[in-house]
Design a protein around this ligand. Structure first.
Ligand code: HEC
Ligand code: HEC
Length: 290
């Protein structure tokens, strides 16, 4: 803050405090000997009594408290207060305290394998809280996901469900990239291949269209989803033959996936979370289906 504005704030604050104190003391006794102010309405007269003593002293105490506060804490413009308290200082002190309290516990789990941490009840309670704070907004508080956000509790994985693969998903994030197939296949081709995808997952489908769609599938889709349609965790390409869908398995939803493409993004956590916390979270996600 520039020294002008700092001075301005100090002036305003001091003048306000002095003004309030003056107002308080100036009204302490009755200005004239008359009992009433002379206001009468409907036979009711207004008395001119000073404030009761308890109330008066409460104001005095608040003024003294206010002055004392402004002396020890920052509040008057740029003046830092005699205690040297700062918001950042308090935050850092709290972080340091938490680190010295929880640091050794995190260290202990960080040295254990993910599979072992997953069996540790106390670790999983801590990890559950981390999950609520950092992951639940997308994957749901029960980790069961919703459209576009995968279910992490069902044992079905897009990017692989090994403990190490889960940790990589969390650390580095994941980006599912499927382009739109409209330019290559045109409307009719999209309809046909969608019909084939329906049939892959055992749903009723038009057999002529599905047969035509299978040809498109073998040309355009096998590179990522595999010749059998069971997907490929290296590409993040989901299995299309089961009844678990990231974006929905109804005809219209499949058609939208193929028509428009899909680009789900799992944000990388390694910039925002300590490695020890990611270790706990990976073990937690692993524990949900193991
Ligand atoms: C470049 C690799 C790639 C190719 C080629 C590809 N896909 Fe995909 N597909 C993906 C990925 C990755 C996803 C998941 C997208 C995401 O996570 O947002 C996906 C998702 C889908 C989905 C949604 C699945 C769900 O669970 O909701 C369908 C349906 C689909 N693809 C069908 C097809 C069809 C049909 C073709 C061929 C015309 C095709 N894909 C070609 C990579 C590919
Ligand atoms: C901004 C939303 C968002 C947040 C926050 C988020 N995720 Fe994700 N996550 C996703 C999306 C979207 C995908 C799927 C990416 C794709 O389409 O392939 C995903 C995928 C995953 C996967 C891979 C699932 C699979 O089937 O292979 C794991 C594991 C995972 N997330 C764990 C976590 C954990 C643990 C956290 C908390 C630290 C977290 N995610 C926070 C959106 C999010």
């Amino acid at each position: 803050m520039s020294s002008f504005w700092s001075g301005w704030i100090i002036l305003l604050t001091v003048v306000t405090i002095i003004g309030t104190a003056w107002l308080l003391f100036a009204n302490r006794s009755r200005p004239n000997d008359q009992e009433t102010t002379g206001h009468v309405f409907d036979g009711i007269e207004e008395y001119d009594n000073p404030m009761p003593a308890w109330w008066f002293w409460m104001f005095v105490i608040t003024i003294i408290f206010g002055i004392g506060y402004l002396v020890v804490y920052p509040g008057l413009g740029n003046y830092k207060g005699t205690l040297g308290w700062t918001e950042i200082g308090q935050y850092e002190a709290e972080v340091a305290k938490a680190n010295s309290e929880y640091g050794p516990i995190y260290q202990k789990y960080a040295a254990m394998s993910l599979e072992d941490v997953a069996k540790d009840e106390k670790a999983m309670r801590m990890a559950g809280r981390l999950f609520s704070d950092n992951c639940a907004q997308c994957h749901g508080s029960d980790a069961r996901g919703s459209r576009g956000y995968p279910n992490l509790a069902d044992g079905d994985w897009i990017w692989g469900g090994g403990a190490g693969q889960i940790k990589t998903s969390i650390n580095n994030g994941r980006q599912g990239t499927m382009p739109s197939w409209l330019p290559a296949l045109k409307e009719q081709g999209v309809d046909e291949v969608s019909e084939y995808v329906l049939s892959l997952s055992g749903q009723p489908a038009d057999s002529d269209m599905a047969a035509a769609g299978e040809k498109h599938f073998q040309t355009y889709c096998v590179a990522c989803h595999g010749a059998d349609g069971k997907g490929n965790p290296l590409m993040g390409a989901p299995n299309l033959t089961d009844d678990i869908w990231l974006y929905g398995g109804k005809r219209a939803q499949i058609r939208t996936s193929v028509n428009e493409g899909r680009n789900g993004v799992m944000p990388a956590q390694q910039e925002s979370l300590y490695p020890e916390k990611i270790h706990l979270l990976a073990a937690y996600v692993y524990s949900l289906s193991n």
